[in-house]
Design a protein around this ligand. Structure first.
Ligand code: NAD
Length: 437
């Protein structure tokens, strides 16, 4: 099938490459000419494991092309909208300008029978408005809402083998036809037994923000327990292991630490709260305000811990921050807890050096005032304290004895609870972590 993908960022570029891998003919369109130039050469504009190989293969097959000219989408039967929906400046609500602009630009090329598929994360009610606009211009086309659940770092795997497919459709025969077309697009994952939920627009849009709210709540729950552990001398990692053995609770997403960040969870829970307010049901989501507060408090606590291990002051102290990406296996620094902590410590007078295996360029563009070093050893040379902020494997695997040779003082704050305290203390380090004695 011929498919178009509008918006080729973390979601769209991966989606385009994966759709080509599934055997479709794909054209990706983005307004960012520099991103498109890289993609058109088969190069990934961001770090995502498996994407470079997939792009090379798909470009080689001749089934994948990228451009900035929207007219290239003419002739595609299915058009995926994958543009950004960031938080509005100074407000909790989502900024839908890019979604609206993408649809307007697409409309002249939508033919009768085409299906426009929304994948961006949007406030409930958006699909209904977009469907109205589509019907004004091309009444014989159909809109489906098909939210995306991929995880950065596993985006290729998650797109090729999703854990579920959700289609939000308008009732009626056109809806049934659109479902058949999307089933053809996703024939391979469906044949593998991927569960499918066909529902109305409102439910499909809510599924995405409900899922992210649940995940954010799970993280903030264990981080709230970490606060209790800090006040009582208990160990939150053992507590998580113990409660996680209950299958109803489960151990995944129950890692206490510096909390969540990135381009999705923080802005999605805030936009959800804002939308609930508009709908007159803000009380239903008031718990998300607490989820957000707990999450942000962890960042403050992390700076406090670094100060505590430095005998009460970080002024003039050299701090090495391991990690800049919001999570490992990504170069995404949007709302990164690591950079938030690094910047706070810099503002409070510390000499901060940040390192990351993949995200330094993005971090430098966003936080040019911080100092960066290419490796953990270079960042930590002469450091008074080391702060582990993003749990990349190379930081989990650091040898405390060898690493101890490069620092000025053996002090480490483990913001992700991934180091073995016994091993680090045995090597002469003062080891502190969030939620652990
Ligand atoms: P992104 O910022 O990486 O990508 C968005 C892209 O859209 C950019 O390349 C931008 O240039 C392009 N764009 C903006 N306006 C455009 C227009 N009018 N026409 C064509 N292209 C346009 O964002 P992302 O992380 O890929 O997220 C996109 C959407 O997917 C968001 O709604 C996000 O919440 C959702 N989502 C993201 C993830 C994720 O892990 N990143 C997962 C699930 C859902």
């Amino acid at each position: 099938m011929r498919i178009s993908v509008i918006g080729c960022g973390y979601l769209g570029a991966v989606h385009a490459a994966c759709m080509a891998q599934l055997g479709h003919e794909v054209v990706g369109v983005d307004v960012d000419a520099s991103k498109v130039a890289l993609l058109a050469e088969g190069k990934a504009p961001f770090f995502e494991p498996g994407l470079p190989e997939l792009l090379t293969e798909a470009m080689g097959s001749g089934r994948l092309e990228f451009g900035t000219d929207m007219s290239a989408v003419a002739g595609a039967q299915v058009h995926f909208i994958c543009v950004g929906t960031p938080q509005k400046r100074g407000e909790n609500a989502a900024d839908l300008r890019f979604v609206d602009a993408a649809l307007e630009a697409l409309l002249p090329y939508v033919a009768p029978g085409d299906v426009v598929v929304g994948k961006s994360t949007v406030p409930v009610g958006t699909a209904e408005k977009l469907a109205e606009r589509l019907a004004e211009v091309q009444p014989e086309a159909t809109l489906v809402w098909n939210p995306e659940f991929l995880r950065e770092g596993f985006a290729v795997q998650d797109t090729l083998h999703p854990d579920r497919l959700v289609y939000g459709i308008q009732a009626g025969t056109e809806g049934a036809r659109a479902v058949r077309l999307l089933d053809e697009v996703y024939a391979t994952p469906l044949s593998e037994g991927t569960p499918q939920v066909v529902t109305d627009y409102a439910t499909a849009q809510l599924v995405k923000v409900a899922a992210n709210s649940f995940l954010a709540t799970k993280i903030s729950f264990i981080n709230a327990m970490a606060e209790l552990c800090e006040a009582t001398g208990a160990d939150v990692t053992q507590l998580a292991d113990a409660i996680g053995h209950d299958a109803r609770i489960g151990r995944r997403f129950l890692n206490a630490g510096l909390g969540f960040g990135g381009g999705c969870l923080p802005k999605d829970i805030r936009a959800f709260m804002a939308r609930a307010g508009e709908l007159g049901v803000d009380q239903a989501l008031s718990f998300l305000r607490e989820v957000d507060s707990i999450n942000m408090r962890r960042r403050v606590r992390m700076v406090d811990l670094a100060r505590e291990v430095c005998d009460g002051s970080i002024v003039g102290r050299k701090v090495a921050v391991l990690g800049a990406a919001f999570k490992p296996n990504s170069d995404d620094v949007r709302d990164s807890p690591a950079l938030s902590v690094a910047a706070q410590m810099g503002l409070q007078g510390a000499r901060v050096v940040v390192t990351d295996p993949e995200a330094i360029a993005n971090a430098e563009a966003k936080w040019p005032d911080l100092t960066y070093a290419p490796t953990a050893e270079q960042a930590a040379a002469g450091a008074d304290v080391v702060v582990l902020a993003t749990e990349w494997d190379q930081y989990r695997d650091l040898d405390p004895v060898a690493f101890g040779e490069v620092v000025a003082a053996r002090r480490i704050v483990d913001g992700r609870n991934v180091l073995d305290p016994g091993k680090w203390r045995a090597a002469g380090w003062t080891y502190r972590a969030l939620g652990r004695p």
